[in-house]
Design a protein around this ligand. Sequence first.
Ligand SMILES: C[C@H](O)[C@H](O)[C@@H](O)C(=O)CO
Ligand code: MN
Length: 417
Amino acid sequence: MSTAIQNQYQAAKVLYSGFGIDVDRVLETLSRVKISIHCWQGDDVHGFLRNEALSGGISVTGNYPGAARTPQELRCDLEKALSMIPGKHKVNLHAIYADTKEQVDLDQLEPRHFETWVEWAKKQGLGLDFNPTCFSHPKFQDGFSISHPNPEIQEFWIKHCKVSRKIAEYFGRELQQTCVTNFWFPDGFKDVPIDRMAPRKRMKEALDKVFAEKIDPQFNVDAVESKLFGIGSESYVVGSHEFCMSYALKNNKVICLDAGHFHPTETISNKLSALALFDTQILLHVSRPVRWDSDHVVIMDDELQEIAKELVRNQLLDKVHIGLDYFDASINRIAAWIIGSRNMIKALLRAMLEPTDMLRKAELGADFTTRLAILEELKSYPFGAVWDYYCQQNQVPVREAWLTEVKQYEAEVLQKR
Ligand SMILES: C[C@H](O)[C@H](O)[C@@H](O)C(=O)CO
Ligand SMILES: [Mn+2]
């Protein structure tokens, strides 16, 4: 361990202890937080099951070389990224990432099509999360999947969602870690609809069928993800926030909040305390919307810090599943994983290094001057020294040292694809 990093850590500890913060304990708590790292950053949401163009109102731009072309390549890239991210985490798979030579359609998928992923996760000490893929398929028609008015099409998607839950249950049982399965449907209209209710009724009834089978929550929990609009569904999305929140609350499902799925000035950080009061489980899709749901790489911006603070201040880390959701094909994809994941963890660390009780007291006593003054001063406290120590302790590169390794991997592996 470098003595400079150790010395800086000791000095930082002294400063934070002035606020009564035990930094060693903070790092212990931080090491227990798992981030669900989305596999789809590695290949621009392409998957391996079918060779379909991306649909569903989401879009990946850029053509940086080296996207993973096979499950083996994706796992190799993930391993590289994970070796630069402190802590033990989860990998989030979509159904289109099945690892099989069979020509199998989405409604016929079985756990065995994901065996290699499970074996790999076991070896790497990772958990797995899951998502049915209700887009990029010829049966995603007229902008609709599970709420399509054609019963045959609807049935196909119901079946796909049902088999997805069985795959998730298998993940949970095999890995002895709950799998979070997230259901997101792009369904919606480009233009103003006549009937807003009928598609929602169809979606509600379809979801009831999907979730009819009871699955042990120790192995799998189901989340529903809402959205305000997508490309081609600008006027109306069936699975709106009100729809998904109501469905989840009534049916004991997890509510998935994606940072890019709300009005541009609406933040998910402000929703956490409200939902938590109703004993809801929450899944986060931490993303970065730039003017719209653009899925930019997560950076250390105000909203990321606010999300982290809400989780820490309200002791929500046991109740909230933290997932990432972005896809940028204009930069090195492994770097994209590393930057977003490290920022998420770093934001949690910064939040844990806050004297929340003291600030709460100031707020309760209407001493808003102290609240503002301390919050501002804390911004230049040496959280970076604590972060460097944490990286070193976890045997991952300190500061930007990871970039050299990624560049080397790019030259040796990615450029040759
Ligand atoms: C690929 C994911 O399922 C997708 O990004 C979804 O979670 C979403 O956020 C769509 O906008
Ligand atoms: Mn999302």
